[in-house]
Design a protein around this ligand. Sequence first.
Ligand code: PAF
Length: 285
Amino acid sequence: MQTVSTIDALRGQIAKLRGPDGASIGLVPTMGALHEGHLTLVRRAREACDHVVASIFVNPTQFGPGEDLDAYPRQLEADAAMLEAEGCALIWAPDVAAMYPQGFASNISVSGVSEGFCGADRPGHFDGVATVVCKLFHQVLPDIAFFGEKDWQQLAVIRAMARDLDLTQPHALSIIGVPTVREADGLAMSSRNRYLSADERAAAATLPRAMKEAIAKIEGGEQAPPALAALEQQLIGAGFSSVDYATLADAASLAPIEALSGASGRLLVAARIGGTRLIDNMAVG
Ligand code: PAF
């Protein structure tokens, strides 16, 4: 397994991996600090593609002022060891200057799906995500790219960006969402879970539990607003300091809904505990 950090070296390695027969390439974009959730994406990519390329880039443009860009864990060596053990073929680990050279002036902004939820709480976040992911797609030219469903809204934004920019025509890029990997107590795996103190970590398990209870009520016919108000109360009672949103939405359009109808629903939640913002989502109906 090689690690490359310049576009020229990346292109050379990708050409080698493709080989004369055009072997398929799966891309797993990450910001590093890998956990079982990322490794599940790599395994899924290995099943589907001849070679797996993982990118590791802590993308500054998707962090807002006062967010955890500087604190975000960086552990390239440990990440590389995990990726090698999973049979990853290549790591693309550019630095900020390689990704955004002097004079970089472009931005991809996806309206609609990027506007509510995390888009409302973190202005500019999804522009940063859409722009860097579009660049990663053009840099690596994968056949299939794999993303975790834990970032449901991010996945919707990336799908919309790829569709709108004609990246997903037949015989080109496919985007696969992979179900969230959870700890034994149900907490969704996240690189940010390591920010939690022992007490916060214990309380954090209330999030998936309360979500399941709310889902059971909604699936049982209760309107979403009272079920979600109870969920918020449970989180605050467990020690969360605030709930940014707890919303039932149409799973595809992300438009908020009050009750289940024919279309499949998704419960999306973001809540803060200590200094950490946790997000999660689950299918409803
Ligand atoms: O989900 C992430 O880790 C990041 O948002 C991504 C998709 C790698 C873009 O920086």
